[in-house]
Each structure stands twice: as structure tokens, then as C-alpha cells.
Ligand binder design. Sequence first.
Ligand SMILES: Cc1cc2nc3c(=O)[nH]c(=O)nc-3n(C[C@H](O)[C@H](O)[C@H](O)COP(=O)(O)O)c2cc1C
Length: 202
Amino acid sequence: MRIDVSRTPVIDVYHMLVGLVAPRPIAWVTTISESGVVNLAPFSFFNAFGANPPVVVFSPTLKRDGGKKDTLLNIEANGEFVINASTEKHADLINLSSKPLSYDESEVALTGQATTPSTLVRPPRLADVPFALECKLMQIIPVGNGPISANLVIGQIVTMHVNDDILDSHGIPDPRKINAIARLGGEYWCRTQDLFQLERPQ
Ligand SMILES: Cc1cc2nc3c(=O)[nH]c(=O)nc-3n(C[C@H](O)[C@H](O)[C@H](O)COP(=O)(O)O)c2cc1C
């Protein structure tokens, strides 16, 4: 099968893309509105891209009606967000938090999650996650302007909160203790249980 992207409906391109570029880690993002409503939503167009300074990128795409998602509106307004860990324990709640609520409603309340204040940014972090990354906006790069077009939110991590119980004896995160989950295509998600190790070539 060959897909000529320019002649293919956007929604079909989307389904093909997320089925092929997988698994994708999930950023469970908290932001805050000017009136103090804490927003929570998952984003799997997400990854880390460098460590000096530590930088992450995620993409709240434009909605199918062309509007902006609440997360993007909040970050445009105040430039701050927190990436909370997505683990197996919270899979159902992560999914539930993707429900489109109105701008003045909070998915934190919907999912019954407790929050705790962040140290360097206004949006709080989730209390019951093994790590959370406080981020300040560096740049937003819109790519396209139609439905499902990307908005690359580039954020610098300014503080990392890491529970000691996910670290190994050297103080490095142990994937066997995090139980991260990730997004595949369709309705599929995956766990991180079937691990193997390889040594890097010298
Ligand atoms: C696991 C998962 C991953 C998702 N990844 C993205 C994504 O990368 N970009 C995006 O725009 N929407 C993504 N969504 C959908 C958003 O979470 C959804 O549109 C949500 O309502 C946005 O919330 P907001 O309007 O409060 O920002 C994802 C949903 C789920 C369940």
C-alpha cells in the first residue's frame, strides 16, 4: 500500500500516523487558567529532546472544528505546565481525563486526583504519580492551521520531582519500578513489562 498524503483525508493520515509511530509515551499535563481552574489532559505526541537544558516537546493539535484545546490556551496565556507520569495504575483515569470538558471545568475534579503545589510554576502537580516535571514554555511552533494540525509546545524542565522508590541503587530511574504505559494505534495501549537490556557499542 502506498499513501499519497496530499490526496488522503486528514483523519486517515492521522490514524495511519499514530498506528505507525508507536509506542508513544504519554504526557499527563496539568495547566492552570487565569481564573485558577486546573486542567488535566493526556498527550502522546510527546517526547524529550535534550538534557542541557532539559527540554520536552508535546503537541496539543487543533481540534476537529479548528479550535484550540484548553491546555494550549492556558500555556499561551501563562507559559507554564507540568508533565505528570503516566503509569499503569492510572490508565483508566488518564483515558477519562481526555474527555472534552468546557474551559471552566476541571478534569482533576472529574478524575478525583489530588494535587500538590509545584515549586517554580503555578500549575500544581498530581500528588499520586511517581514523577512530575515542572516546565516553563520556551516556544510554541504551530505547524499548519487546519484540524489536527500540530502545535509544538517546547518546554524547559525547571524542576523534577522523583519518588525515591522508583530509583535503583545508583539513583537512576528503574523502568521495572515505574510501570509506564504508552499509546499505540487504534484503541491499543501498552505496558512496559517485557524488558530486555543491550550494552551500547564502544
Ligand atoms: C492517551 C491519549 C493521548 C492523547 N494524545 C493527544 C495528543 O498528543 N495531542 C492531542 O491534541 N490530543 C491528544 N489526546 C486527546 C486529548 O487528551 C483531548 O483532546 C483532551 O480533551 C484535550 O484536553 P484539553 O482541551 O483540556 O486540553 C490524547 C488522548 C489520549 C487518551
